[in-house]
Design a protein around this ligand. Structure first.
Ligand code: BDR
Ligand code: CA
Length: 312
C-alpha cells in the first residue's frame, strides 16, 4: 500500500481524485489537506467536506493556506472564466455535511504526519502548491521522510491560464519553485498528459451504469464540467486532470514519462509560473522531474471504474 496525503482544492476533478484514492486497495489515504485555488479556502474546504460526507471518506481533513506564500492574491482568476461554477463544485446536490476538520492547520498536519510516520509518505497535490511549499520551508526535515511528490500541474506545451502556464502552478509560482528545487523526486501530470484523460460521453455512460452513490456524483460533476470546458476551451470531453496522479501511483505501466530537469519560471513576464521542462536534455541541469507524456486512455478509465464499483 502506498501511504499518501492528498492536497486538494475541489474542484470537479479533485473530487474524482478523492473518490479513487479512498477506495483503491493499493492506496492508504492518511489524510486530506485543503488549499485555496479553484476557489476561496472557505469554498474548497466546504466542497471537500461535502465530497467526504457523500462518499463516506473518514480521514483527517485539514484546512491550509488561504493565499499564495509570497503574493497577496492568486493571479489565476485573470485567466479564462471559472470552469468549476459558483460553489467551485457545481452540478451535484449534496446533503447536510457531517464530515469534520481536524482544526489543525494543513501545513502542521503535513509536518506532524510525515515526521511521525515510520514509512516514507508520498505527497499528492492537485491544487496550488502553497501548503506543500510552506511545509517544506517550515520543517525541511520532512524531505528525508517524503517518498516523492506526484502532482497535477504545469505543462511542457501550452498552458490554460496564460499561453505558457497551467492554473495550479501559476496560482503560486513561488511555492512551486520551493517544491521543484527541493531535491525531492517529482512526478508531474501536466496538461499535455491530463488533456488525454478526457471524460467522453462513453466514459460517463460507463460510470452511470455502475449505479451507486459514487457513480451518481461522478456523472453529475462531469456533466457540469463538460459544459464549462466546452464553453471555455471548445472541448466536447472535459480533461479530468487530478485523478491521473492517483492512478499513476497504482498503475505506472499505463503512463509514459520523460525524466528531465524542470524549473519554474519566476520572471514577471509571459513565462511566469511556467514549468520549463528540458525534455530534450539540452542542459546538464539535474533531472528532478518525471514528466508524464502519454496515458493509456482505456486503462486509466478502467482503474477509475474499478474503484467506483467498490462503493455501495
Ligand atoms: C487544474 O486546475 C484546476 O481547475 C483543476 O482542478 C486542476 O487541478 C488544471 O489546470
Ligand atoms: Ca485541482
Amino acid at each position: 500500500m502506498t501511504k499518501i496525503i492528498l492536497d486538494v482544492d475541489p474542484g470537479h476533478d479533485d473530487a474524482i481524485a478523492i473518490m479513487v484514492a479512498h477506495k483503491h486497495p493499493e492506496i492508504d489515504l492518511l489524510g486530506i489537506t485543503v488549499v485555496s485555488g479553484n476557489n476561496s479556502l472557505e469554498k474548497t474546504l466546504r466542497n471537500t467536506l461535502n465530497i467526504c460526507t457523500w462518499l463516506g471518506v473518514d480521514v483527517p481533513i485539514s484546512a491550509g493556506m488561504d493565499r499564495p506564500i509570497v503574493r497577496d492574491r492568486y493571479l489565476s482568476c485573470d485567466g479564462p472564466g471559472d470552469v468549476h461554477g459558483e460553489t467551485g463544485l457545481d452540478g451535484h446536490d449534496f446533503g447536510e455535511i457531517t464530515a469534520k476538520t481536524t482544526g489543525i492547520h494543513a501545513v502542521e498536519y503535513i509536518i506532524q504526519t510525515v515526521m511521525a510516520s515510520e514509512e516514507k509518505i508520498t505527497l499528492v497535490p492537485t491544487g496550488p502548491l502553497s501548503n506543500i511549499g510552506m511545509a517544506l520551508r517550515m520543517e525541511p526535515k520532512i524531505i528525508e521522510k517524503i517518498e516523492r511528490i506526484v502532482l497535477m500541474g504545469g505543462a511542457y506545451g501550452t498552458g490554460n491560464v496564460t499561453p505558457s502556464a497551467e492554473f495550479n502552478l501559476y496560482a503560486d509560482p513561488e511555492a512551486a519553485h520551493i517544491v521543484f528545487s527541493s531535491g525531492l523526486p517529482i512526478v508531474m501530470m501536466g496538461l499535455d498528459l491530463t488533456r488525454q484523460a478526457s471524460c467522453t460521453q462513453e466514459v460517463s455512460d460507463k460510470m452511470a451504469a455502475i449505479g451507486n452513490r459514487a457513480s451518481e456524483l461522478f456523472v453529475n460533476l462531469m456533466e457540469f464540467f463538460r459544459g464549462t470546458q466546452k464553453r471555455e476551451f471548445g472541448w466536447d470531453a472535459p480533461p479530468v486532470h487530478d485523478p491521473t496522479t492517483i492512478v499513476y501511483l497504482t498503475n505506472p505501466e499505463l503512463y509514459e514519462t520523460t525524466h528531465c530537469n524542470c524549473q519554474i519560471g519566476l520572471s514577471h513576464d509571459m513565462t511566469y509560473g511556467r514549468t520549463v521542462c528540458d525534455m530534450h536534455h539540452v542542459t546538464t541541469e539535474p533531472r528532478n522531474t518525471h514528466v508524464a507524456t502519454k496515458i493509456d486512455f482505456d486503462g486509466f478509465w478502467e482503474v477509475v471504474a474499478e474503484t467506483i464499483r467498490r462503493y455501495n
